[in-house]
Design a protein around this ligand. Sequence first.
Ligand SMILES: *Cc1c(COP(=O)(O)O)cnc(C)c1O
Length: 364
Amino acid sequence: MKIMPNRMDRSFYKYQCELEDKALEVLRSGWYILGEEVSKFEEEFARYTKAPYCVGLASGLDALWIAFRLLNIGKGDEVIVQGNTYIASVMGITMNGAIPVFVEPDEYYSIDADKIEEKITDRTKAVLVVHLYGLPCQMDKIVSLCKKYNLRLVEDCAQSHGALFQGQMTGTFGDVGCFSFYPSKNLGAFGDAGAVVVKDEQLANDFKVFRNYGSEKRYYNKIVGANSRLDEMQAGLLRVRLKYLDELNAEKKEIADRYSRELHQNKIILPQVRPDSSCVWHQYVVRCKDRDRLINYLNENGIGTIIHYPIPPHLSEAYQYLGHGKGFLPRTEEYADTVLSIPMYNGMTEKEQDMIIDAINGFA
Ligand SMILES: *Cc1c(COP(=O)(O)O)cnc(C)c1O
């Protein structure tokens, strides 16, 4: 038996009939862009997150960069962001000409809330938090800091659909919550898709105008926008998936809880969930100083793994122009050198879980 890092087919087959029915319904509707499926999904996702408004977009990256654009954050402005994130978070900032100011993570893989204040300058315009791996950031502290310094707060929720901090949905603490529905996310489409949730009606409307070439009325373009529409097919399929999101998240939590109970291996550090928060386990990320050997050992035992992420944005080739070398963010870099995501997906069998637990516990 071979276990792959992810098996997206499993959660498709579980809801196959309903998904196929919806796909046919959309195909036969004769309406494929900005129709009823999109507006219903927006309503339903807003209700799910308890946010006043949701606007569907074409991807998570679009949600991020359009958010900064509409918040008027651009050339020369600084945005504080954690060093250990997927590069899209940083591209969302830099696509507008703004400058990412990196902060080290805490032990929960989130931005270290106690290290934000020292990075604030008179050019700082916003904080971008990333609820990485489904683990919520320390939002109480971060919200008060943003209030104190009059900063915008944007949340990258691409990995945190349904995750809560003090009972409140991630994505609803700041000005904009940015979601990706890339197929492997907790709420995954069958292609690229994204959305934002916002409190402000005007801002919600700005997103709707921007995503459609800057036009509210066909062929009357108010601003230079983009084509970043969520399409009817993805929206329809997401509506089916959204109904089962809590069930899917609960299934992942059960697997994660089992790992945390049954993995006894002094060579690895298990992920910790921040008190007062609930995690949706986008990934189950352990750390191991002997990572290369662990990867090879697991491979030999038929278990595939992935590193999220091996190169932190500040050391990637794309961001050499920022001028940060190795050693600039020691904790971020240590995480990049030691993190490993072990298989954890919806539809994973108990036997697969047994095999993974036994293999890891047997690593010598
Ligand atoms: C997936 C992801 C994104 C980007 O989403 P896309 O839909 O692929 O553009 C942004 N940030 C994080 C943390 C992600 O995991």
